[in-house]
Design a protein around this ligand. Structure first.
Ligand code: MLT
Length: 394
């Protein structure tokens, strides 16, 4: 008889954002006249920028003519997009060849898929609070997880320490959910640790475009990363592709483990398991990196940053403790009066119709904290900030 993947029994009953969506939907069904101020899941509210829309339209037209039409795309990405992305790194002083860049359908898909490269016996180190997909994908794969808690004492930026034992290291910087960003020295410590023990770092750079201070936006800015790191990026938050789906992954050719080359392994994986990303989407993605596209997506990021400023001003006025919001699109707040994070979630939803994400959903050490996304509609965010300030002042 068939045996299902029994590791699924070790998962929480539902995934964090699905659970919140269901809970919110149920509340709304009971209060159909209410408007919700959505600052929960990090989903964008602004449309794709004009340069991307123009490129998508043009690509649709290409598909309508025999001599411009594209069938299967190269599995690892269209050369025009792989080159464009390697130039994007080049402009930031990082030398990558186009065949070290793999076009993907988005960071969350890729973070799960990439685990194919690693044996189940490897231990995954997850710094918490963490994006819950890291944990769930490893549980599904039956892998042992080493939970490394962080908190205000280490500014939510844990570092390698004596006795730490793991093979696959998740680093998310700027961090989801805390907004903390590793500096060069701190990343160098993780790189030295990973290289010394033959571990591999999975560096989630989905929020790099939100960094405004002099902090690393790619792990490949740091010497030593090419022999121990894979970087996973997304256009979801950078360019509003949450509903369009496009990302990219960098696997340096220098990265080898157990006598195997991980870049070559990923080519083998992709050429077997995918038929590439659609031509239309890749044309849209390439437009993000043009001068015009870049200006336009930065314009949208400025709007989200203004949302963050509005929310932080309300939290400052209320005397709340919070982290993030400056180099990241998330604000991580300490719940008031020792409240639990789900208790605070229910209070915000019930009393002021603001939806956020309870910190406990990002791991046990997130209990007592709450995350606000700043990707919401600007008018809604201003209203939510007012409501939040009134509630916190009571
Ligand atoms: C989040 O809200 O943490 C993420 O944006 C959700 C996602 O990217 O899957």
């Amino acid at each position: 008889m068939l045996t299902p993947n029994l590791s699924y029994a070790n998962l929480k009953e539902s995934y964090l954002f699905y659970h919140i969506a269901q809970r919110t939907k149920a509340w709304l069904a009971e209060h159909p006249d209410k408007h919700l101020y959505r600052m929960g899941i990090g989903d964008v509210s602004l449309p794709l920028v004009p340069a991307v829309i123009a490129a998508l339209h043009e690509a649709v037209d290409d598909q309508s003519e025999k001599n411009r039409f594209h069938g299967y795309m190269p599995e690892c990405g269209a050369p025009f997009l792989r080159e464009t992305i390697s130039e994007y790194y080049q402009k930031r002083g990082i030398s990558l060849s186009p065949d070290e860049v793999f076009v993907s359908s988005g960071a969350s898909d890729e973070l799960g898929d990439i685990l194919d490269l690693f044996d189940r016996s490897n231990r995954a180190l997850i710094m918490e609070p963490a994006y819950p997909a890291y944990v769930d994908a490893n549980i599904m794969a039956g892998r042992e997880i080493v939970h490394l808690p962080s908190g205000p004492d280490n500014h939510f930026l844990p570092l390698p320490k004596e006795g730490l034992d793991a093979d696959l290291i998740y680093l998310c910087s700027p961090n989801n959910p805390t907004g903390a960003v590793y500096n060069r020295d701190q990343l160098s410590q993780w790189i030295a640790w990973a290289n010394a023990r033959g571990a591999v770092i999975l560096f989630d750079a989905a929020y790099e475009a939100f960094i405004e201070e002099d902090l690393p936006r790619s792990i490949f800015e740091i010497p030593g990363a090419r022999t121990c790191a894979i970087e996973i990026c997304s256009l979801s938050k950078t360019a509003g592709f949450t509903g369009t789906r496009l990302g990219y992954t960098v696997i340096p050719k220098d990265l080898e483990r157990g006598g195997l080359n991980l870049n070559a392994m990923w080519i083998r994986n992709r050429t077997t398991k995918t038929n590439g990303i659609s031509y239309i989407l890749q044309r849209g993605g390439a437009a993000v990196f043009t001068e015009e596209g870049r200006k336009q997506v930065l314009g949208n990021i400025r709007i989200y940053k203004e949302n963050a400023r509005v929310l932080m001003a309300a939290l400052d006025e209320a005397g709340a403790h919070y982290w993030g919001g400056k180099n990241a699109p998330y604000i991580w707040m300490q719940c008031p009066n020792g409240m639990g994070s789900w208790e605070f979630f229910d209070k915000l939803l019930g009393e002021i119709q603001v939806v956020g994400t309870p910190g406990e959903g990002f791991g046990a050490c997130g209990e007592g904290f709450f995350r606000f996304s700043t990707f919401g509609d600007p008018a809604d965010t201003r209203e939510a900030a007012k409501r939040l300030l009134n509630l916190l002042r009571k």
